[in-house]
Design a protein around this ligand. Structure first.
Ligand code: CU
Length: 676
């Protein structure tokens, strides 16, 4: 059973890596040169692999975004990725070609700190899981950018799950979910993932959400979780009962085994609390709580306990005296009666790191991301809008990917954005934002335009980690938890709210010890402000990590220091559109007919001359006859072709002589008429 890929017990196609699902965990030491040879053994699908969380400093062509940094790897082809392992921490790899990640092409990628002892890694990979392949699901998507599908697998407005804040969790039918590739559908008895811990010992989970859509609230019954890092970056430890994880995020949590040895449930639950009784408009939704739980479980097993049954444990009660804490809420707080307190990511802190030998902290040493001392003039501020004013978009632009990677410099490969049109009515184009070299870039990612701010987003940036310097939440009703008014710090500058500014100047920014991340939640009716230093030239993809939103167009390319991009390695594959004219076609035929036969004839002669065995001599005799016949035939054919060519040239000259006369005769009077 250990070697059977059981997923949630329901048969379907799965993409495996080295015959494994999830793919094998790659573990390397910080600073190492990593070499991964990817061979595409899919029958008819291309692929490309993104190393999520690794910064590809100096090697942007290894970032693995199909059509942005490289051509897709075609079936039977291989591609060698080579890059530096940085930064240390919990990362993952996954396909970056449309929806392929959803079918199983992912695995954990752990970079161990070079100056620390290597600790055992326990990846805990979360994934919402569906029973149809991602491609037919995508084809049916109503909001697909090329052609809208029939929406067969989408939930109608009155069926959608909502969290208690009145925000839609997803419009996708929740089917099931997996932890390290295992789960149970309905009440079936498919095997679950089991994690073994010593009594009194502790275990460090590296939780990674590789899934396409539903965020999860992760907890272990009767155990506290100490959050120590996110997206690979250490944080000042916080003890909580659960942590909410969005697609693309990772969290390191320590679990101390100080309780009764037993079997305990590990739970990853969606944020659903109910459905809507009034569903439109989106800012007036009424949520009715229901008892539908959408979740996946795994088992924490203490050494010495026989795993001959399911755990019987329950979650800890949250009381006024002993409230529960939740890390990374997408909203400001829970309803009062739940005795549950949010710790939002902007309240997390980078740890007080001891200085390294060179006198700098690890954060500065590793990534140059620390911009707390930046002069105001050194900050380039960019507002990015994540509402659904024209569907999944950023600043009113739905992203159309290039048809060849940007380093090929083909203007035909991109669709340029008409800025006026984009601001006025929204547009579809290859949205590229140029950012200058070696500046502090401040992105204000806002989603404050009700009623089109229908959901929270998890925004991931390639090539960088960033400081989370501020987050703004809507006001909310502390009794019900329902949001009341969107945050007002950001002021819309146009009708679609796709251009904006601060209403009364920027909010208070945490520039002292902000947490570092590479994927961050942008709350509905709120905003998130992040900063990074533009010292890593490359075309970096920025997108919502909800697969559906990304593929519908919630993405763009940060063209960082365009004049400083490294060249791709020698022989780097090229791809893109191809076309040729009728004249080129004719020339090609003529060229081929003049030179095409001679190399082959020579090859035949070579074979004839240099073969030596008895059998070969007979063959040679036969070939000489063939050669004489083909030579005579060849001369005849040449004579015919020559005659036809002479005839064709004479005809063409006659025709060429007449055509310009006709054109002039027609065009001159026409122009005169227009002038009159
Ligand atoms: Cu999104």
């Amino acid at each position: 059973m250990e070697e059977v890929i059981t997923t949630d017990g329901v048969p379907r196609n799965v993409i495996t890596v080295n015959d494994m699902f999830p793919g094998p965990t790659i573990e390397v030491v910080e600073g190492a040169q990593v070499v991964v040879k990817v061979t595409n053994k899919l029958l008819t699908e291309a692929t490309s692999i993104h190393w999520h969380g690794l910064h590809m400093r100096g090697t942007p062509h290894m970032d693995g975004v199909a059509y942005v940094t490289q051509c897709p790897i075609m079936p039977r082809e291989s591609f060698v990725y080579r890059f530096r392992a940085e930064p240390a921490g919990t990362h993952f790899y996954h396909s970056h070609l449309f929806t392929q990640r959803e079918d199983g092409l992912f695995g954990a990628f752990i970079v161990h700190k070079a100056k620390h002892p290597i600790m055992p890694s326990v990846p805990v990979i979360l994934h919402d899981w569906y029973h149809i392949d991602a491609t037919p699901y995508w084809i049916s998507n109503m909001f697909r950018i090329e052609y809208g599908g029939d929406g067969e697998y989408m939930l109608g407005a009155y069926e959608r799950p909502f969290s208690q804040d009145g925000i839609k969790v997803s419009s996708r039918v929740f089917t099931s979910a997996l932890i390290n590739g295992r789960g149970r559908f309905g009440k079936n008895r498919a095997p679950l993932s089991t994690f073994i811990v010593a009594s009194g010992g502790h275990v460090s989970f590296r939780i990674i959400h590789v899934g396409p859509d539903y965020p999860f609230r992760f907890s272990v019954d009767q155990h506290e979780l100490t959050v120590t890092a996110s997206d690979g970056y250490d944080m000042a430890p916080r003890s909580v009962q659960s942590v909410i994880i969005y697609p693309g995020e990772s969290y390191d949590v320590q679990i101390t085994g100080a309780v009764q040895p037993d079997l305990y449930w590990i739970r990853a639950q969606t944020l659903r609390t109910g459905h809507c009784s009034k569903c439109y408009p989106y800012d007036e939704v009424i949520v009715v709580p229901d008892d539908i739980t959408e979740e996946v479980r795994a088992i924490l097993q203490y050494q010495g306990v026989t795993p001959d049954r399911d755990p019987t444990t329950a979650k800890r009660n949250c009381s006024i005296e002993n409230p529960c804490y939740v890390f990374n809420c997408p909203f400001a707080g829970y309803p009062k009666h739940l005795n549950t307190i949010c710790i939002n990511v902007n309240e997390a802190e980078a740890p007080n790191l001891p200085l390294e030998e060179d006198g700098q902290s690890k954060v500065i040493d590793n990534d140059h991301e620390n911009s707390s001392n930046a002069e105001a003039s050194d900050v380039t501020e960019i507002f990015l809008n994540f509402n659904f004013i024209i569907g999944s978009s950023i600043n009113g632009r739905r992203f159309i990917g290039p048809t060849s990677p940007l380093h090929q410099n083909s203007t035909a490969a991109t669709v340029s954005c008409d800025v006026e049109e984009c601001l006025r009515s929204g547009c579809r184009c290859t949205h590229i934002i140029d950012i200058p070299y070696d500046k502090t870039i401040q992105l204000v990612m806002y989603n404050t335009f009700a009623p089109t701010s229908q959901t929270h987003h998890a925004v991931h940036i390639h090539g960088h980690a960033f400081q989370v310097v501020a987050m703004g939440y809507p006001t909310y009703n502390k009794t019900t938890g329902r949001y009341m008014q969107p945050n007002t710090d950001v002021k819309c500058k146009n009708d679609l709210c796709t251009d904006a500014a601060w209403r009364d100047g920027p909010p208070l920014l945490n520039l002292i010890n902000p947490p570092l991340k590479d994927t961050v939640m942008v709350p509905a009716n709120g905003y998130t402000v992040v900063r990074f230093r533009s010292d890593n030239p490359g075309p970096w993809f920025l997108h919502c990590h909800n697969d559906q939103h990304m593929n519908e167009g919630m993405a763009l390319i940060l063209q960082e220091a365009a004049d400083r991009h490294p060249s791709p390695p020698k022989g780097f594959p090229r791809c893109g559109d191809f076309t040729w004219s009728s004249e080129e076609y004719q020339l090609s035929l003529e060229g081929n007919s003049r030179s095409g036969n001679s190399p082959r004839s020579q090859a035949v002669i070579c074979v004839c001359v240099f073969t030596g065995s008895q059998q070969d001599v007979q063959t040679t005799a036969l070939d000489i006859n063939v050669l004489i016949l083909s030579t005579v035939g060849g001369f005849l054919a040449m004579a015919i072709i020559l005659a036809v060519a002479v005839y064709w040239i004479i005809k063409k000259r006659e025709k060429a002589a007449s055509v310009p006369l006709t054109v002039i005769a027609e065009s001159v009077p026409l122009k005169r008429n227009r002038q009159i």
